[in-house]
Ligand binder design. Sequence first.
Ligand code: EPZ
Length: 425
Amino acid sequence: MTKIFIQKSEPLRGVVAIGGSKNAVLPLLAATLLTEEPCVLDGVPALKDVEVMCRLLRSFGAEVTEEPEAHRITVRTAVIRTSEAPQDLVRAMRASVVAMGPLLARTGFARVPLPGGCAIGDRPINLHEKGFAALGAEVRTVREEDGVCVEASADRLAGAEMYLDFASVGATENIMMAAALAQGTTIIENPAQEPEIVDLANFLNKMGARIKGAGTDVIKIEGVDCLRGAEHCVIPDRIEAATYMLAAAITHGNVLVDNMLPNHVTPVIAKLRESGVRIREEESGLRVDGGAKNFLATDIKTLPYPGFPTDVQPQFMAFLTIADGASTIMETVFENRFMHIEQLNLMGAGITEEGRRAFLPGGARLHGACVRATDLRCGAALVLAGLAAKGETVVSDVYHIERGYEDLAGKLSGLGAQIRREEEL
Ligand code: EPZ
């Protein structure tokens, strides 16, 4: 099992370059299924989840060329051999579900095992199904020995108006991709407005789709008969950027977080400034100065974009454990995204929770411990806490981290952190 070992860190210093967005590149890869022509994606991060998505595309019949050192992937799906997603890959990565919309639009059929829950919640796909049904697909739940599948079929999807009960990122992506090839116009009310939605719409429009309003509270899609290949550079990963901003802050360091888009992390900048961290824009990124003074407590409430991102909640919680004074964190997006509290408490954080609220007393004197990454962002939070904890922190189940962070230990080490990754044979 691979583990990460972290010592209490001196203030981090230097420049860290942010990679392409995991949560943008996964739907972009799925979107390449919508055309028989080749597509080229640049700025692709070297992540485990990207490898799984490439295996998934190949399982449908795509030719996928991965050039991780060039951060480039080329996909050509001349013919879709099957519209059934293999269970092992969907189980390995629930984001596989966003292949459903493209498969349905391109072939008239899609069958995906229910991804099932994970550490942070049940992760249902009822809104995805509602969207496909609104577009005229027949949607069925099929119970089998080894699990439950969702099937959707339609001769030709027809544009429709629909409202999303929750601004689901995945559902918005799936519906947008399916509607791109539907007959007529689709209106999505209350869609997700994340930057990753905008990036997907931009790529689809390069392919010949006619999508307006991505990033706002109404998206309009005028269906077309076919889409062509396109080239696209993935937006920077705003969650990775926020993670390194917090690494600089928690160590009172001074770091340039480079190749990022500050307007994608507005709530994180605001909350760090409330805590007394100095942040200023520089040519292609943000200079984060943790300063010498102790941090001030502040309260966090996660919301769909443009609210405070749930994917930064665990990392910000690690930071607030050492702030002066009590903080409250409310998680409104996922029903179980507090698994990191138990792990942070092993390090002396003293956090209590009640439902979707976590209460941090602050002023914690964190100490090293053997802790476990229960999910991707929990793992990142434990690494950040380890930078501020006396003694050695050992994080296990590191594979969660490597799904979404390219070389986290190496990048932190490059900023002066005492951190190493070790494979235990
Ligand atoms: C995406 O997941 C991200 N993953 C998640 O990032 C992120 O936390 C999430 O959006 C919210 O921003 C990728 O983009 C690959 P949702 P997704 O559908 O699409 C409920 C990370 O750490 N819901 O917006 O699965 C759901 O249960 C990951 O990088 C329904 O009820 O998120 C949840 O409570 C974690 N029915 C809420 O909506 C549905 O049909 C948000 O889910 C769909 C979702």
